[in-house]
Design a protein around this ligand. Structure first.
Ligand SMILES: [Zn+2]
Length: 154
């Protein structure tokens, strides 16, 4: 394909997009358009050898489910919400550990494992230089790690 024909297609697409935008008269028609687009999408049966309709484990509860599209990671909307909360919690916890390491002024590699626990228990297990840290509460886990980091420095 030559540069010019690519450009022509892009211009055509731009015109089409503008038509779509111009024909929409509010939210309802946008929704209708979206619903129609979704109906017309046919998911390909495989991608790089992986079948898209193959069952996979839910990222949150571990249950097997059949994803409706290639982006679906969780079996239900409940699980999706929980999974995103857990991800956020992990990212916050990771930042706290990194901050404590930075305070020691030394570079330290660590691994954080997140487990499925009852809601009030700390779901994290941290590995630092061959030691394993685990606690009932996130607060006490962080203080254990802090102590260990400063002891190592001495
Ligand atoms: Zn699930």
């Amino acid at each position: 394909m030559s540069k010019n024909s690519t450009l022509n297609i892009l211009i055509q697409m731009k015109d089409q997009l503008e038509n779509i935008i111009a024909s929409g008269d509010g939210l309802d028609s946008d929704k209708k358009l979206l619903a129609e687009t979704e109906k017309s999408i046919k998911w390909v049966n495989s991608c790089n050898g992986y079948s898209l309709h193959e069952k996979q484990d839910c990222y949150n509860c571990g249950k097997l489910f059949t994803p409706k599209n290639q982006h679906q990671k969780c079996c239900s909307s409940n699980c999706r919400v929980q999974f995103h909360r857990a991800k956020k919690r992990l990212s916050n916890f990771n930042n706290k550990v990194q901050e404590m390491i930075d305070e020691t002024g030394q570079e330290t590699n660590y691994i954080i494992e997140q487990t499925i626990t009852e809601s009030n228990k700390c779901p994290f297990i941290v590995y630092i230089k061959g030691s394993r840290f685990e606690s009932e509460s996130t607060k006490s886990l962080l203080s254990e790690i802090k102590k260990a980091l400063w002891n190592q420095k001495k």
